[in-house]
Design a protein around this ligand. Structure first.
Ligand code: FAD
Ligand code: MLT
Ligand code: ZN
Length: 505
């Protein structure tokens, strides 16, 4: 996999304040206190070093703005504690004083959840960045929350193990951040969700209480599984400071095939064939439409994996196993059959590690390519596979009917709507690339997209969460009773609502 920090410099436009763009959706809660000098003095006394407090306007921008450059908060203070105890002291104080706080990891979230809306204090866990321990027999890794995902994986690689989650933002996102969002990534198909692999957590509750289940073993049936509440809670329930996770052995052999396919029906057949014929060695099944390839080619100027012709659909298949010869032979037979049956029109198979990395690099560059024109409206949805791509078609049709879309006409706000995603998990990423963020486009998309998903029995978030973007739309995927229970839990642990306010709870 490529190892870069995610690029954030694709647009030079300044980012509008969320509070202004969405003034109809959100007002500052005046129960929250405004930051005073006495508060700064207290935080300095806890952190003991001025370098762990950021107050300089220019430096604050990185923390206030999101990766898509769609959301911008107005925080005047970032705190970067070095220990769980410091996090606890900070939250206890904020709770007593009613100072609102946004927990932040690597700030690669895609729903505006990691940034403040108004003047909330940003609590970055970036300085909690130590691997605590690794048990080479059980494969259990215990890590601080602020360890960068790629650093955790590199550490594990030296021991012959693998972090059971991989995604394009790995060079920037944190172990705690991916748990807080319950990220899915490129190999959920193989290693399952973090709800299964995370064994224990350490988290600081809004009143400063430190909860820990870091010593849990793989099997533990004693009462409620409390850690699950924090997995996917998006910083609304506690600040995660430590993660204990079960890691699989690193596969000795991997291979990647990149295929061109002419119909969506054939894509589904290739998937069922891959599951049947590659079975235990299938580790990723990624889907990309032709337009996503075109945008990537135009902007990133990378070598197109398949040079001949334009196809409507592309698939990336990865195998991982313990015996290279066996796995390569399986893949070759599978691909030969798929071609013979006319399911696959063209394709390449990585011949070495560099080619394998380049193919993944291409796939992992799609988010950057779709965001390049000035902005991108992103929807990360789950859908039954029969309807998976229909959402992209329905969205393109809606944007065309409204005269909003043209790839080559700079006067139109929308460049193109594209689809890619983790088809093996039923997870589609609908991306509407725009020349700039535009209310007319947003009104055409929302709630249209959410209504369409509900009608087709999908989920409005498969992996990025709800954050600020979907704060008013949770009802499309959760019942009234579920929403009531979520609110009751939030009110119980965070009665002053200091943690990540204005977001989905
Ligand atoms: P942040 O963005 O900082 O925060 C995300 C949320 O978690 C916020 O609500 C924040 O308040 C909360 N949070 C963060 N840290 C903590 C903590 N320690 N305690 C409590 N709350 C916390 N996601 C996928 O699921 N699959 C992908 O394949 C994928 N690919 C991506 C590719 C790119 C290029 C980018 C930019 C993003 C991608 N994402 C993907 C989005 C994904 O949500 C993040 O990369 C990751 O989960 C966020 O981690 P982070 O450390 O950056 O968290
Ligand atoms: C991905 O799968 O690439 C990520 O979830 C990011 C995105 O949706 O663009
Ligand atoms: Zn994804």
């Amino acid at each position: 996999m490529r190892s870069i920090r995610v690029n954030r410099n694709y647009s030079t436009k300044t980012v509008a304040l969320t509070a202004e763009t969405y003034s109809d959706k959100v007002k500052r809660d005046e129960r929250f206190k405004k930051l005073e000098d006495s508060d700064l003095k207290f935080f300095e006394s806890v952190l003991k070093d001025k370098n762990y407090l950021i107050t300089n306007e220019d430096d604050l921008d990185f923390f206030n703005e999101d990766w898509m450059r769609k959301y911008k908060g107005q925080s005047k203070l970032v705190l970067k504690p070095k220990t769980t105890e410091q996090v606890s002291e900070i939250l206890k104080y904020c709770n007593e004083k009613k100072l609102a706080v946004v927990p932040q990891g690597g700030n690669t979230g895609l729903v505006g959840g990691s940034n403040p809306i108004f003047d909330e204090i940003i609590l970055s866990v970036a300085n909690l960045n130590k691997i605590r321990s690794f048990d080479e027999v059980s494969g259990i890794l215990k890590s601080d929350a602020g360890v960068i995902l790629e650093n955790a994986d590199n550490f594990l690689a030296e021991k012959g193990y693998l972090f059971p989650l991989d995604l394009g933002a790995k060079g920037s996102c944190h172990v705690g951040g991916v748990v807080a969002t319950n990220a899915g990534g490129l190999r959920l198909l193989r290693y399952g969700s973090l709800h299964g692999t995370v064994l224990g957590l350490e988290a600081v509750l809004p009143d400063g209480t430190i909860y820990s289940s870091m010593d849990s073993l793989r099997k533990d049936n004693t009462g409620y599984d409390l850690k699950q509440l924090f997995i996917g809670s998006e910083g609304t329930l506690g600040v995660i400071t430590g993660v204990s996770i079960l890691c699989p052995a690193r596969p000795a052999a991997s291979n990647v095939a990149f295929l061109a396919v002419s119909s969506y029906e054939a894509v589904q057949k290739v998937f069922t064939g891959a599951r049947r014929e590659l079975s235990e060695i299938l580790s990723a099944f990624e889907f990309m439409d032709g337009t996503s390839q075109e945008l990537t080619r135009r902007y990133l100027k990378l070598d197109y994996p398949i040079e001949s012709g334009d196809y409507p659909y592309y698939i990336l298949i990865e195998t991982s196993g313990s015996n290279k010869e066996h796995d390569d032979e399986k893949l070759e037979t599978f691909l030969g059959n798929a071609m013979e049956e006319g399911l696959v029109d063209d394709g390449v198979v990585a011949q070495d590690e560099t080619q394998l990395r380049n193919l993944w690099n291409w796939r992992e560059s799609l988010p950057e390519a779709t965001a390049h024109w000035g902005g991108v409206y992103k929807y990360d949805v789950s859908l039954p596979l029969k309807d998976y791509y229909k959402l992209v078609e329905a969205t393109n049709q809606r944007l065309s009917e409204r005269g909003l879309i043209d790839l080559d006409d700079d006067s139109k706000p929308v460049v193109e709507a594209v689809g890619y995603g983790h088809l093996g998990d039923g997870n589609l990423h609908l991306n509407v690339a725009v020349r700039e963020y535009n209310k007319e486009v947003e009104k055409a998309l929302e709630p249209f997209v959410y209504e369409w998903i509900k009608e087709h029995k999908g989920s409005i978030s498969a992996e990025h969460g709800l954050g600020f973007q979907k704060k008013n739309y949770i009802g499309y995927s959760k019942s009234d009773i579920e929403i009531k229970m979520i609110k009751e839990i939030k009110n119980h642990y965070d009665p002053n609502c200091i943690l990540n306010p204005y977001k989905y709870v």
